[in-house]
Design a protein around this ligand. Structure first.
Ligand code: IPD
Ligand code: CA
Ligand code: CA
Length: 262
């Protein structure tokens, strides 16, 4: 499977930034034992990664807009298309030397995500999808899991940290969900959670308080892998409201009912 010119640009940009971040990650492992710790270094690495992505993506498509986590939004001459980018999703993992983080690049056209790349350089796993072209990991086609029973299924989430207001609701979600499933996982990267649902590794994922760059690329990956994606509240848009839920088709309604408390 080849993918479009846009996808090639996205993958090339992700690989380039991936190489830089892998070098930084090795340095973080060294800094772990220093008295200053790796905090400032990681903040710099994060910003540098976004600069590099911006240069690559806007270099290739100068008329597109750019929304990234680390800098002010740039409006493009073409108002219908924009890159939505998280240069490093899973910063806390990165900071702690945990090899579970990713670069996430989504392409939005007229309000819809039409292509997505999520690259995990530590495991050399490139997840990618384009509307109508299926979802892929490296050269293999992806499909959401085939499980039909909640009690056999694993659901991932992003537990809010650092005093975020969505914590009580998220804890309530877990209290309702955990007893009726095979387990809940919170591995610290929203982008990889979505990629893993697309890959059938997790059976579903939900989270509150997400930003567009956390979930843009993952939305098209899950849909193209045959999964269903919605906001938590009826009628909301996940990208706008930041409360997202996804699963394979057989599990989706039951899972959504539990999270909605119905
Ligand atoms: C975070 C991660 C984490 C989620 C947070 C996000 P960052 O992104 O995706 O899993 O719980 O809400 O902000 O800060 O590492 O890019
Ligand atoms: Ca993020
Ligand atoms: Ca980030």
């Amino acid at each position: 499977m080849q993918g479009s010119a846009n996808l090639n640009l996205m993958k090339k940009a992700a690989r380039k930034v991936g190489r830089a971040l892998v070098k930084d990650f090795r340095e973080v492992e060294n800094l772990q034992v220093s008295s200053k710790g790796p905090g400032d270094f990681v903040t710099r690495a994060d910003r540098e990664a976004e600069k590099l992505l911006r240069a690559e993506l806007l270099g290739g498509r100068p008329t597109y807009g750019f929304l990234g986590e680390e800098s002010a939004e740039t409006e493009g001459a073409d108002p219908t298309r924009r890159w939505i980018v998280d240069p490093l999703d899973g910063t806390t993992n990165f900071l702690h030397g945990l090899p579970h983080w990713a670069i996430s690049i989504g392409l939005e056209h007229k309000g819809e995500i039409v292509a997505g790349v999520i690259f995990d350089p530590a495991k050399d796993e490139m997840f990618w999808a384009e509307k109508g072209g299926g979802a892929w990991m490296n050269e293999s086609r992806l499909r959401v899991s085939g499980r039909r029973q909640m009690i056999e299924s694993i659901f991932a989430t992003s537990v809010p940290f650092g005093g975020k207001g969505t914590l009580p609701a998220s804890l309530q979600d877990i209290a309702r969900l955990a007893p009726v499933t095979a387990g809940v996982r919170c591995w610290g990267s929203a982008a990889l959670n979505l990629a893993y649902v697309a890959a059938g590794r997790f059976d579903g994922y939900w989270a509150r308080g997400m930003q567009p760059w956390d979930i843009a690329a993952g939305i098209v990956l899950v849909r193209e892998a045959g999964g269903m994606v919605s906001a938590i509240r009826e009628g909301d848009e996940p990208l706008v409201k930041g409360a997202i839920l996804c699963a394979n088709e057989p599990l989706f309604e039951g899972f959504r009912k539990v999270i909605r408390g119905e």
